[in-house]
Design a protein around this ligand. Sequence first.
Ligand code: F6R
Length: 229
Amino acid sequence: CKKASDIICSVVRDNKNALLGLATGGTAEGVYKYIVEEFKNGKIDLSNVKTINLDEYVGIGGDHPQSYRRYMDDHFFNHVNINKENTYVPITTGDIDRELLNIKEIIDGNGGTDIQLLGVGRNGHIAFNEPGERLNASASIVDLNEDTIRANSRYFSNIDEVPKKALSLGIGDILKSKKIILLAFGSEKANAIRELLSNDFITTKVPCTLLKAHNDVTIIIDEALSEKL
Ligand code: F6R
């Protein structure tokens, strides 16, 4: 997480107007903790930075405790000097077509994000691009798969409360980023990372393998995962 924070902070130091592509989830929490620490130590200025998040649940508003808007405010935005008006977490309660256009404008207006932070699902999903015959190139409403609903139920009081759909950036949106960092911690992510690192195939059945088509990806794993590889 410290390494990922260092990479993100160096992108911001090089370009104070950078557009950061951000992720939520357990893995990313530590990254935000370290960026906040850099800010508190006076080592980073986020006042001109813009951000866009990968995804948001459909069916809960931004004020819901488990919404990704709330996650971002709680773990990151409320603790730094970012202008909240420059932070975009997909809005899933209003006119979805308008939001999909918004996302396109934010990403294409910057020629892709300057850096994209990614976690990965046990099934290899990136953002909420779940394994399947086809993957979306651009942002759209997607169905969460059983495994993802089960994994994310840890944040809800029971599994039935986990939304079944999300608005997610597409694989094309992610690949437009100038630089990508993917973090994967824990042995249960080993299958996904093995498919990414140990062969030369790309398959929509393991969406993170699409990252092989990008030429600036940093993959950071922990010891528990590396022991399984
Ligand atoms: C979150 C996201 C997801 C997570 C992935 C890993 O915005 O897009 O792809 O990165 O589900 O989640 P954790 O880190 O909770 O294991």
